[in-house]
Design a protein. Sequence first.
Length: 39
Amino acid sequence: MRNIQLNEYVFIFVLTLLSIKANFEYLPAFRRTVMGWPL
């Protein structure tokens, strides 16, 4: 059970890193999208 939980945490951690990396790579488009929202 511990191994399964650890693998799930690692999987979520990797997905988070990939999403952060994608945000930095496509930052101009990301900012244009954010500017479209009334924040």
